[in-house]
Design a protein around this ligand. Structure first.
Ligand SMILES: [Zn+2]
Length: 416
């Protein structure tokens, strides 16, 4: 049985693993002392519940329960335990504690899995320290090289490569997949980090896909003329063009309904930035996301067309500089149906929804049947000391994870 007090006690302990004297939130940046201590605590818990624990060259930890047929592919579930600076106590933590409590509960019930079960603790999921996210998962799957580890540095100039060495890990072993073996399915429980579940009054969300951003800069060059002496028809105002582009980004993303898209102009600078000069230059940073690659591309293409039209009309020159174009992942219908059946039979409220944020699960989703469950977090707040999830929602999601793992560990359950 999933025990609420036991779960809450683990959350309380995790909160204490935080750099001292920083602030009210959790400071557990990847590979710092606080992160390493939390990893030690979680590894100890895995041993305590009878898992055989192994770590890879990147420091990722896998606790394994052999099951009755060790040669079968494993059912894996887990998450990360590092945090952003001044973060909360639920992002990532929920997923790894849910995994540990699931195994503890199954063992207490005398359950015997047929497929092996594996609890995974992924290192360095947050981009806060080294500027790139989900590095542990990428390392596990062979998508991170020793050169990447040398190139990625923190604010203090410490390379990921050296941070790994300092922890006695082996960055030179990166490049080939660190995880050897077959995975039947991967599951991750996470807080939503958004407001949809709370708004819809649902206690759990079944993630339909994980969005990935397309980002580009738009540089506009107009004419920086006197704001008093230049009549309106003779202006080439870069800020006015930028304003139109911002609203077009909003309009184009809003028009995509099924699947939805989001577009944000989070960076907007105008030059020279004085009140008596018409803005001659503007620069916008555009971020477009969807769980569907074609939808995302359509919004990006239409926005680029809009930029061209707006600039032509206003006599402004422009340049579009690509920053990134990552691939979103869709969750397989068989996994969605599998999780939905569990939620429906359980009787609680649930809905399907996309994930706007990236997660460790997205790397597994491209390779193996992967499912994610979200729970509401208060006011959608995350990456913040105010991050909060209700104990009843936590317990509910862990119960659902246990049911999913229980079912997936049977040979006769497939995700074909
Ligand atoms: Zn997370």
């Amino acid at each position: 049985m999933i025990v609420k007090e036991r779960l809450m006690d683990m959350f309380a302990r995790m909160r204490k693993f935080s750099a001292q004297g920083e602030g009210p939130g959790v400071y557990r940046l990847a590979f710092t002392d606080a992160d390493w201590q939390a990893r030690g605590y979680l590894t100890g818990l895995m041993r305590e519940i009878g898992l055989s624990v192994r770590e890879d060259a990147f420091g990722n930890v896998v606790g394994r329960w052999e099951g009755t047929e060790p040669s079968l592919p494993a059912v894996m579930f887990g998450s990360h335990a590092d945090s952003v600076p001044n973060g909360g106590n639920y992002d990532g933590v929920l997923g790894i504690l849910a995994a540990i409590e699931t195994v503890r509960s199954l063992k207490e019930d005398g359950f015997c899995p047929e497929h092996p079960l594996e609890v995974a603790l992924f290192m360095c999921e947050e981009s806060s320290r080294f500027g790139a996210a989900t590095l542990g998962s990428r390392a596990m799957l062979g998508e991170l090289s020793p050169d990447d580890a040398k190139r990625l540095t923190d604010r203090g100039g410490v390379a990921l490569y050296d941070a790994l060495k300092d922890r006695g890990l082996s960055p030179d072993a990166l490049g080939k997949p660190l995880y050897e073996g077959d995975v039947k399915a991967f599951f991750e429980v996470h807080i939503e980090q958004g407001k949809v579940l709370e708004h819809e009054k649902k206690s759990v969300g079944i993630v339909t896909g994980i969005a990935a951003p397309t980002r580009f800069r738009v540089k506009l060059t107009g004419s920086a003329d006197h704001s008093g002496a230049t009549p309106m028809p003779l202006r080439h105002d870069a800020a006015c063009a930028a304003a139109e582009i911002v609203l077009d980004a909003e309009r184009l993303a809003t028009a995509e309904q099924e699947p939805p898209a989001v577009a944000t102009v989070g960076v907007l600078q105008i030059a020279p930035g004085v009140m008596n000069v018409i803005p001659g230059g503007a620069e916008l940073g555009v971020d477009i996301r969807s769980i569907d690659g074609a939808t995302k591309k359509r919004v990006a293409d239409k926005l680029k067309d809009a930029v061209s039209e707006i600039c032509a009309r206003r006599g402004i020159t422009f340049e579009i500089v690509p920053i990134s174009d990552e691939r979103p992942v869709a969750i397989r219908p068989a996994v969605l149906d599998f999780l939905e059946k569990i939620c429906r039979e359980d009787g609680g409220s649930y809905m399907r929804l996309p994930s706007g944020a990236g997660h460790d699960a997205m790397h597994w989703a491209e390779r193996v049947p992967t499912g994610m469950l979200f729970i509401p977090c208060r006011d959608g707040v995350s990456h913040n000391p105010e991050e909060y999830a209700a104990p009843e929602d936590i317990v509910n999601a862990v119960r659902l994870l246990e049911k999913a793992v229980r079912a997936a560990s049977r040979k006769n359950v497939t995700f074909a």
